[in-house]
Design a protein. Structure first.
Length: 335
């Protein structure tokens, strides 16, 4: 198993300190690389008051210049809102800046479509055409494409990506059609960090079945909210309150289907089993192993910092402790 870190790019309530948050995210990525993490990912939303990152590709380019060995991914960009040739060009540039470390994580996007004038009914087919175009742009000298949404002639993307055939494309999904699509057209499936391990395990089987039916390789990139400290009590006190507030909008939307929707009773002991990777090092090691057994994941991508915290300095200490006390256990067990 390989480990990655999710970088927070939000500054609630109104994004007044977003420039500082971005710089802290860069330093957290650098610290993660130093301590054995092999991937940094950033999300994408549009029009959020808290400054939530609207341009993941721009951020990935900056990350590529600040890191030297870890892979860099969008997780996930809202591909139907953008022109695929432009995405292919930007992705190729990032792949060159990073010397072949870029991964394009893309999804349909659940919000923000009206900002770009994209009709909801067209999103799935537009997404699939975009994936086809990006792959051809990265693997062909020039090409033509005539689909329902894009009519392109003599497309040539330069520079060429460093990775042969172009960077891997991970396809996000949280529905049966989406999981089947991810297996059919993607190179990997990045999960959300809200569903239980039981649900993710079921979805992983659907995704892998689809990938096998279409002769594609499969990778499960499991996302989890995570924290490690010297004691479990310390984790509950300095980290859990930020996670609980992060969960509240999703609780109200009913996304935690295996738990009751009473937000007032949202406590660590109730939510943590099968959903969080948090506690003292030995507890975290056991939870990581549980993640691997339940989902067969190739990557475990961890969100230490949530929109309201913990503070940057505490996140750096947590990353260091995770790198020293948890990652070596799995490096040793893989030999």
């Amino acid at each position: 198993m390989r480990f990655g870190v999710v970088l927070n790019t939000q500054d609630p309530p109104r994004g007044e300190n977003i420039a500082r948050v971005y710089q802290e995210a860069f330093r957290e990525a650098e610290a993660a690389e130093t301590h054995g993490f092999e991937l940094a990912v950033v999300g994408e939303h549009h029009g959020s008051l808290d400054g939530y990152l609207p341009s993941g590709l721009t951020f990935c380019a900056a990350l590529a210049a600040r890191t030297g060995s870890m892979r860099i991914a969008t997780d996930v960009m809202q591909l139907p809102m953008l022109h695929p040739v432009h995405v292919a060009e930007m992705g190729a540039v990032i792949d060159n800046i990073s010397n072949g470390r870029f991964i394009l994580g893309a999804g349909l996007g659940q919000r923000d479509r009206s900002m770009f004038g994209v009709p909801m009914h067209s999103v799935p087919s537009r997404f699939e055409e975009s994936i086809q175009i990006i792959r051809r742009a990265w693997s062909s000298e020039s090409f033509w494409f005539h689909g329902d949404h894009f009519k392109l002639e003599k497309v040539r993307v330069s520079p060429r990506p460093v990775q042969a055939g172009g960077p891997p494309i991970w396809v996000g999904a949280i529905s049966m059609p989406g999981l089947q699509r991810a297996g059919r057209i993607g190179d990997g499936w990045p999960t959300d960090n809200l569903q239980s391990l039981e649900t993710i395990g079921e979805w992983a089987r659907i995704y892998r079945k689809s990938a096998g039916e279409h002769g594609n390789k499969s990778e499960v990139i499991l996302a989890r909210s995570a924290w490690v400290s010297t004691t479990k009590r310390e984790t509950e006190e300095e980290w859990w309150p930020f996670v609980a507030r992060f969960h509240q909008p999703y609780v109200r939307l009913g996304l935690f289907k295996d738990l009751a929707s009473d937000a007032g009773a949202w406590d660590f002991e109730r939510v943590a089993p099968g959903r969080l990777v948090a506690g003292a090092p030995d507890e975290v090691i056991a939870e990581v192993e549980q993640c691997r057994q339940a989902t067969g994941c190739e990557w475990l991508v961890l969100m230490f910092r949530h929109p309201e915290g913990p503070a940057h300095e505490k996140v750096l200490k947590c990353i260091e402790l995770f790198g020293k006390e948890v990652i070596p256990h799995f490096k040793a067990s893989s030999k």
